[in-house]
Design a protein around this ligand. Structure first.
Ligand code: ATP
Ligand code: MG
Ligand code: MG
Length: 357
């Protein structure tokens, strides 16, 4: 066990002035522990990686570095205009350091920026969706198969459904009785898996960000324009419908993911329209016809799949998502199913927005 203060240890590791270093939390990420390490000359974002979620941190760094390099080339020829979040090498020319069983990395701090946790305006939604679209477009010619599957089957609904069925069969905490209605609802929606299977070979495999929440991009402090897409931890091969759908899931409801005010959970149609407009604009020359059609499925699948995962975790005894009270994961599941139902009920109007692509 080493007892060197962490800011000193990290400053030494990443070649900063350790005598004048200070450290403080930054942002509101849920997965890693993110801090700003500052010295009079330089600031770095340092992250203690969550090795439960990412048992092989090197894979995540390898992926992010490949993406950084590709985006840098695009930036040099004027084909990518956002800032790039870059890993900082240690004095030993590595990208990870271990301290008391914790694994840390450093990223260049993107100054003059701010992040939002909640979508409040149409303009924020459009700016953020456009940033994710620019990111996707710049990676269109990057071979997605070069990326490691950092979390295998991350957006595999068929696999999530199998895990769910196993958990309801074993019912280890006798909780199914509290949520039979939600369980039956899930079982009644598994035709979504067939809809997804039907895309195989028709919709291209792309580089997906896989966590397209509003706080995974940065806005410019002075102009409110997009500054950068960040948090590349889950970049993996997949369908762009997932990134589109996760924006719908996380931007469109005016309620938080764990709100129990289900009557207020639903799609804000103007936000949905802004996502479509913002995301598609940078991608319009590369989207295939099948891909455009698949976005509607993405809008449905993402809230349903996350709801299914919350419900599975509730029945399984809350092993994955951290909870603040006993029914937290059940509340989250009900919330996501309310959003999913609202999306399905507004099919006609939402699909019409998508056909304008
Ligand atoms: P999530 O819960 O989305 O998985 P995370 O734990 O992986 O988040 P990040 O999204 O990487 O963490 O970082 C958390 C927050 O820290 C961001 O939302 C942003 O506010 C801030 N941040 C991260 N990297 C940078 C950077 N390079 N420059 C400036 N701010 C940053
Ligand atoms: Mg994040
Ligand atoms: Mg993350």
């Amino acid at each position: 066990m080493n007892s060197i203060p962490i800011e000193v240890y990290l400053s030494e590791s990443f070649g900063l002035d350790d005598k004048h270093a200070s450290i403080k939390p930054i942002g509101s990420g849920h997965i890693n522990t993110t801090m700003l390490l500052s010295t009079p000359k330089r600031s770095l974002v340092v992250q203690k990686l969550n090795t439960v979620v990412f048992p092989k941190p090197q894979l995540l760094v390898d992926n992010a570095r490949l993406i950084e390099q590709h985006l840098s080339k695009k930036q040099q020829v004027g084909e990518f205009n956002l800032a790039i979040v870059r890993h900082v090498a240690t004095t030993q020319h590595d990208y990870l350091v271990n301290n008391n069983d914790d694994t840390w990395r450093a990223l260049e701090f993107i100054g003059g920026s701010y992040s939002e946790d909640v979508v409040n305006t149409v303009s924020q939604a459009q700016t953020a969706a456009n940033a994710f679209g620019q990111f996707a477009a710049a990676l269109e010619d990057f071979d997605a198969n070069k990326l490691h599957a950092v979390i295998p089957n991350f957006h595999n609904l068929a696999m999530r459904a199998e895990v769910f069925k196993q958990v309801i069969n074993t019912d280890p905490h006798k909780r199914v009785a509290h949520c039979q209605e939600e369980v039956d609802f899930c079982l009644s929606q598994f035709s979504l898996i067939d809809e997804l299977n039907a895309l195989a070979g028709k919709v291209p495999i792309r580089v997906c960000h896989n966590d397209t929440k509003i706080n995974n991009m940065l806005f410019c402090l002075d102009s409110n324009d997009a500054k950068a897409v960040i948090d590349l931890d889950t970049c993996m091969p997949g369908y762009w419908l997932n990134d589109f759908g996760d924006m719908v899931r996380t931007f469109c409801s005016a309620e938080q993911e764990d709100s129990t005010a289900l009557e207020k959970v639903g799609v804000r149609e103007d936000i949905f329209a802004a996502i479509v407009k913002g995301y598609v604009e940078p991608l319009k020359s590369v989207l295939t016809a099948a891909e455009k059609q698949s976005f509607w499925l993405g809008a449905k699948v993402m809230p349903f799949m996350i709801g299914l995962r919350f419900l599975t975790d509730y029945i399984d005894g809350d092993n994955y998502f951290s909870i603040k009270h006993e029914r937290h994961n059940l509340d989250r599941a009900k919330n996501q199913f309310a959003l999913y139902r609202d999306i399905v009920s507004k099919q006609q109007v939402l699909k019409a927005m998508l056909t304008q692509i």
